[in-house]
Design a binder for this molecule. Structure first.
Ligand SMILES: Cc1ncc(COP(=O)(O)O)c(C=O)c1O
Length: 382
């Protein structure tokens, strides 16, 4: 798929799109994290073929699919995993909640990031676990995790350390050295590490590499696992599938114990699209990254040119984290909504003075949204 095809607007009205339906036709919706692009043609074809078969019975994940993932992980991250390390879930969110509920008990303490995708906090609150939030602090334009801070927060009851890599909403791609330092901390304090890596294949900067937590060396794979999914990258989150890579069989057993009494398997279409995307999506993916990089650069230049708004250089994801604190607004989200653009309120991630802008849309739509924001901030409130 060429860049020109990413430019084609696909009308998503009347498709029960959460993102497009909530605010109506007069608002440009750049909030929930899905993109406006059609997935690779091979994905559509695999889906069409399966639909035409016409019988949709109970379906399991084939060994072949596991082998495709093993190959993909090796090709993409140079990490040799075994097929037995893989388990399937219908979503990464399920994996976050399951990690908290199955690997800790009431009375245990958990370390989670702040700001962060809201399900980290929802998972610990929902399970009534004690928790501390570690700050992702700004250092040379990157939101990083300072291990000295973790040392101050850890307690004898701490059992689990949750990571978001790449980080949503900060866009940080952790380096191997950073991950090794965090891994060493976890080892000393005998913590299990749960790493949400849903944005792993949305790295925008050439030369940067995602490192799945178990791939970084030392013996980190013995006490960590990754939650991964093709849904974000290939843009079929409505189909729902994630996989867990857990090299330690005891942790894997505890995590997945009786899981399918409460949580269904992914559906048969999700297996089909996952395999097609991993096997045939490479060129499409390269074009997507080029397109998103251009969108990122447009957002970065134009937001930073608006007095009172700013954002840091975003290494990964299609989600720009915009600081509005210099404006002194009570609720930045409401102001942008008045301007005709729906963003994600920063309060969802733990900081009301920010908003998050999803630039996984056509550059034309992005331009229109930025124009509304510029007009509003520069001429009405500025
Ligand atoms: C860090 C992170 N984890 C999980 C999810 C959701 O994953 P899923 O749709 O597979 O539950 C998102 C979606 O935005 C996310 O940003």
């Amino acid at each position: 798929m060429s860049i020109i095809q990413f430019d084609q607007h696909v009308d998503r009205s009347h498709t029960q799109s959460i993102r497009w339906d909530k605010y109506g036709p007069d608002v440009i919706p750049l909030w929930v994290a899905d993109m406006d692009f059609r997935p690779p043609e091979a994905v559509i074809q695999a889906l069409t073929k399966r639909v035409e078969h016409g019988v949709f019975g109970y379906t399991y994940a084939s060994q072949q699919l596991k082998e495709v993932i093993v190959d993909y992980i090796h090709r993409t991250y140079h990490w040799k995993i075994a097929a037995e390390w893989i388990s399937f879930l219908p979503s990464v969110v399920t994996g976050l909640h399951l990690s908290v509920r199955m690997l800790t008990e009431v009375g245990d303490h958990i370390l989670i990031p702040h700001p962060a995708y809201h399900h980290f906090k929802d998972a610990v609150l929902g399970a009534k676990r004690d928790y501390s939030e570690y700050e992702m602090t700004l250092h040379n334009g990157r939101y990083i995790l300072d291990v000295a801070q973790l040392e101050r927060l850890v307690r004898p009851q701490t059992k689990l350390l949750m990571l978001c890599n790449p980080h949503n909403p900060g866009g940080t791609v952790f380096t191997k050295e950073e991950l090794l330092a965090i891994g060493e901390f976890a080892k000393v304090h005998q913590l299990i590490m749960c790493s949400d890596e849903i944005h792993a294949d949305l790295i925008l900067d050439a030369g940067l590499q995602h490192h799945p937590i178990g791939s970084i060396g030392s013996d980190v794979h013995e006490y960590s696992f990754s939650l991964m999914s093709p849904n974000k990258t290939y843009n079929f989150p409505g189909l729902g599938l994630s996989w867990v890579i857990c090299p330690n069989p005891e942790i894997q057993k505890k995590l997945m114990q009786d899981v399918h009494t409460l949580i269904p398997n992914p559906n048969l279409f999700a297996y089909e699209v996952t395999q097609a995307a991993l096997e045939h999506g490479t060129d499409w993916h390269a074009s997507l990254i080029d397109y998103l990089r251009k969108n990122r650069d447009m957002v970065h230049a134009r937001i930073n040119a608006i007095p009172g708004l700013s954002m840091e250089h975003l290494q990964a994801t299609y989600l720009a984290w915009i600081n509005c604190s210099a404006k002194g607004w009570v609720d930045p989200f409401e102001n942008f909504l008045k301007a005709g653009v729906a963003l994600s309120p920063g309060s969802q991630f733990g900081d009301q003075q920010f908003v998050r802008l999803n630039f996984g849309t056509t550059s034309r739509m992005l331009h229109l949204a930025l124009e509304r924001i510029e007009n509003f901030v520069n001429h009405k409130l500025g």
